[in-house]
Design a protein around this ligand. Structure first.
Ligand SMILES: Nc1ncnc2c1ncn2[C@@H]1O[C@H](COP(=O)(O)OP(=O)(O)OP(=O)(O)O)[C@@H](O)[C@H]1O
Ligand SMILES: [Mg+2]
Length: 501
């Protein structure tokens, strides 16, 4: 980051827009840059005026016009940091934009650099070409380690050993230095020592604040998924794909996978289990919020979201129901001046070009909403289709859910249950067993084959109601997507109840 900014200054860029909410950290970095380049450093804010950081002298400049006028008087080879200047650019006051443009032009030959530091990008079109925009990345491990050491020392704690240190640093990645400092301190206050669990919990809260990302505890594993053997095998093959050995072997970073399929067949479940295969944190993206409605802020939100994802990387990013993004962006031209479609476009290019180790698992139900550009090679490594579970898979799903609810699968005739639930999804099987538990509970009895079968007989599976959509989905997937399950010669369980065949 330092060298990037230094290069812009040395190359004579008169305007730099640093995107960050970490004023203190940015300014510390700019101070170091100014020293190394032997530039004077000035800092302005509405409350303090223009301060010469070398001697602390302040010049009064209460408004943006005043400070722009004062810039003329700053010496050659100087950096002037404008704090919270971006709100003044919101409504693009033409006199202000003109004055700033003039200043930048004059400053260019004299080494006078104007640096706007803001958490949002607010540049009117008139100034877009005058400023180079630099997203200031979140602190890396070395910086977080410095924060960690400071907190440990000030709390009279012995510095954490290598293993704890690594888990603490992983748990705090994606936080700003101030947030990390708070999380470390809170952990000491709460339990008297540095705890990665508490830091991780605080990070989950911070991440959630943006309203777009959620850090989800990965409690599901591949063992919780019945069937889908090919998909599971594909994932297991990539288990160590983010490691340095894979790079040495000549493998590229995996990009991720797109899972399409019938509702309730385990798409979201697989996405969650992926995080435990890789043993990386799982971030869930709220597609609806990012691509719909948040006009104006969407681009800024996307930028800070990507910064968070990349700082937490290696991680798994779960984009549930990605087609929602497309439906928002399709109508975007008429409803929000194209913001949603622009944001979605930026998101897709990030998916294609990213270098950070982020494994994307996207899921979709409604393939009619998926445009070809999403399916283009390079965005995902593979596209999987999940069909209704076959007989064997249903049997496994019954066993998984019986065991998950604290009962013995061996005490049930899962073979018969699987037979009776032909055309059912995993989610429906789970629900039927829960219904059987409720029934047993109300009668103060344990559920058994008979009572479970009773519940099964009362349910009309979705596939019966949606047979046309399911046939359509299968036809779409044929030749386009890889099957998550090995095709069986027997048609058992593949048949849609109520369909012609
Ligand atoms: N193959 C499976 N093995 C075990 N459980 C399953 C399976 N498929 C579904 N389930 C159960 O059903 C629940 C719901 O499934 P999930 O949310 O993964 O479906 P989905 O495909 O994402 O559906 P939707 O399209 O509606 O989002 C899971 O949490 C799990 O308990
Ligand atoms: Mg789902």
């Amino acid at each position: 980051m330092t060298s990037k900014i230094t290069n812009y200054i040395r190359a004579g860029y008169p305007g730099i827009y640093l995107l960050s909410s970490e004023e203190t950290r940015v300014e510390a970095e700019l101070k170091a840059i100014a020293q190394s380049l032997e530039y004077r450093l000035y800092a302005w804010s509405v409350t303090e005026g223009l301060i010469d950081t070398a001697d602390g002298t302040a010049r009064e400049a209460q408004g943006p016009m005043e400070v722009v006028a004062l810039l003329e008087e700053t010496p050659e080879n100087s950096l002037c940091v404008l704090r919270d200047f971006h709100p003044f650019l919101e409504d693009a006051n033409p006199v202000l934009t003109r004055a700033l443009k003039d200043r930048l032009r004059m400053g260019k030959t004299k080494g006078k650099v104007v640096i706007i530091v803001g958490c949002r990008l607010n540049l009117p079109p008139e100034l877009e070409r005058e400023f180079v925009v630099v997203p200031f990345s979140l602190p890396g491990k070395a910086e977080l380690e410095r924060v960690l050491n400071q907190i440990a020392t000030s709390a009279n704690q012995t510095p954490p050993g290598t293993e704890l240190r690594e888990t603490l640093l992983d748990a705090s990645s994606g936080l700003t230095t101030v947030e990390a400092e708070n999380a470390f301190a809170l952990s000491i206050v709460e339990c008297g020592q540095l705890s990665a669990t508490i830091v991780g919990r605080e990070k989950a809260n911070e991440v959630k604040k943006s309203g777009l990302l959620e850090l989800i505890p990965a409690t599901e594993s591949l063992g919780d998924i019945g069937g889908l053997e090919l998909l599971k095998y594909w994932l297991v093959q990539r288990k160590y794909a983010f490691g340095s050995e894979a790079r040495q072997y000549g493998l590229p970073n995996p990009k991720g996978l797109l899972i399409v399929g019938i509702p309730g067949t385990g798409k979201s479940l697989t996405a969650k289990a992926t995080a435990s295969v890789f043993n990386h944190p799982l971030l869930k993206l709220d597609t609806g919020r990012l691509f719909g409605g948040l006009v104006g802020q969407s681009e800024n939100n996307l930028r800070s979201m990507i910064a968070t994802i990349e700082a937490i990387a290696p991680c798994v990013l779960w984009v549930d129901e990605i087609e929602k993004g497309f439906s928002g962006s399709k109508s975007s031209g008429s409803s929000d001046g194209g913001t949603s479609s622009r944001v979605f476009g930026t998101f897709l290019s990030w998916m294609q070009d990213r270098t950070a180790p982020v494994f994307v698992v996207a899921t979709a139900n409604d393939v009619s909403q998926l445009p070809p550009e999403l399916l283009r090679k390079g965005r995902f490594d593979e596209l999987f289709f999940i069909d209704l579970p076959n007989h064997e898979e249903r049997e496994t799903i019954w066993r998984i859910h019986i065991a998950k609810h604290g009962r013995q699968p061996a005490e049930f005739d899962t073979q018969q249950l699987a037979k009776a639930t032909e055309g059912w999804t995993g989610s429906e099987i789970e629900q039927a067993f829960i219904d059987a538990l409720y029934d047993g509970f109300s009668r103060k009895e344990e559920p058994n084959d008979l009572s479970t079968m009773m519940q099964v007989s009362q349910v009309v599976p979705l596939s019966k109601l949606m047979s046309e959509q399911i046939s359509g989905l299968r036809a779409w997937a044929k030749g386009r997507a890889r099957a998550a399950t090995k095709p069986k010669t027997e048609s058992r369980g593949r048949k849609i109840l109520g369909a012609a065949n």
